[in-house]
Design a protein around this ligand. Structure first.
Ligand code: PHE
Length: 347
């Protein structure tokens, strides 16, 4: 077989292999084997020195031709295989965007948080600031500064958990009154604040008592604040919370830190005052304690009681939520039963 014939045969054989190659790795292997440094074509070209001067250019150009033809064919096949590989990958990795997705469970804010935020909004709308207090509080602020000195009999109603003799879990949010008053700069305007949070008492838990519950404290101090301001403010609050037809009534009461003190009732939102199971047939629902800030409390906080006066109130979000949603047991708020919590999805 002449050299030319050998090369011709090699060309056909290699072209067939290229055609048969089904992946890029195999194709590269063919390229290395035929066109590489140790491949047959390189060998032919290397052996040229042994040929006659007349044969050399013929064989040389023939060998080059074949090398170019094979290189071209390799390149063409490579392109085809690359496109195939890409199409295959595209087919395999395709996602069907029309498939329905997985439902992500969305949580809900606790019903008490919702009530507290709703009331905060109402007060912020009336120019109040929202203040945070401490759940672990000093006897000094929780009792003494609220006009409840040591051994005051009214402390009996608010027994609590003591960390030391002087440090306790606060029994009400009223200590925030004292903490806010002593910091307030009246040259910048009146003091109007609400302060929501948890409070604690040594109670035996039952359907209407929990050792932990919530309050929202309210406090307004300015010159010439009257009980009329207190009544008007609470009326607005109750109408926004329970409906525009709500009325309130004040009954005399007693708190050491307010004088006079009142218990505030709201006309029943369910029966409108006719009498029903929600208002226990009275037409009225007892909703909060309030009063005019006692001069002793003002003075102890460094406020001139001859110049300034104010009102304060304490609301119970737990009770409001129970009334509004017909929850019969306060403990439901604290059991963290997801079936209970999820009933209050809010908007
Ligand atoms: N701190 C009182 C309580 O817990 C409620 C209250 C607050 C009453 C402010 C009057 C004024 O019972």
């Amino acid at each position: 077989m002449s050299l030319q014939e050998k090369l011709e045969a090699l060309k056909h054989e290699t072209l067939a292999k290229i055609e048969a190659a089904t992946d890029l790795v195999a194709l590269n292997q063919i390229r290395v084997e035929t066109l590489g440094k140790k491949g047959p074509i390189t060998e032919v070209l290397r052996g040229m020195k042994d040929l006659s001067a007349e044969e050399r250019p013929k064989v040389g150009s023939f060998a080059n031709e074949i090398r170019d033809a094979l290189a071209e064919s390799l390149e063409a096949r490579k392109e085809v295989l690359e496109i195939n590989a890409m199409n295959e990958a595209l087919a395999k990795e395709r996602i069907d965007v029309t498939l329905s997705g997985k439902q992500m469970p969305i949580g809900t804010r606790h019903v008490l948080t919702q009530i507290i935020e709703e009331m905060e909004d109402i007060f912020v709308g009336m120019g109040y600031q929202v203040v945070e207090g401490y759940e672990v509080e000093r006897d000094h602020y929780n009792f003494q500064r609220m006009n409840l000195p040591k051994d005051h009999p009214a402390r009996d109603m608010q027994d609590t958990f003591y960390i030391t003799d002087e440090i306790l879990l606060r029994t009400h949010t009223s200590p925030v009154q004292a903490r806010t008053m002593e910091k307030h700069d009246f040259s910048k305007g009146p003091l109007r604040m609400v302060s929501p949070g948890k409070v604690f008492r040594r109670d035996t838990d039952d359907a209407t008592h929990s050792h932990q519950f919530h309050q929202i404290e309210g406090l307004v101090i300015d010159e010439k604040v009257t009980m009329g301001d207190l009544k008007g403010t609470l009326e607005v609050l109750m109408q926004q919370m329970f409906g525009a037809d709500r009325e309130i009534r004040l009954r005399p009461s007693y708190f050491p830190f307010t004088e006079p003190s009142v218990e505030v009732d709201v006309s029943c939102f369910k029966c409108g005052g006719q009498g029903c199971n929600v208002c226990k047939q009275t037409g009225w629902i007892e909703i909060l304690g309030a009063g005019m800030v006692h001069p002793n409390v003002l003075e102890m906080s460094g406020i001139d009681a001859t110049k300034y006066s104010g009102f304060a109130f304490g609301l119970g979000p737990d009770r409001i939520a129970m009334l509004r949603y017909g929850v019969n047991d306060i403990r439901d708020f604290y059991h963290n039963d997801i079936r209970f919590i999820h009933q209050f999805k809010g908007e």
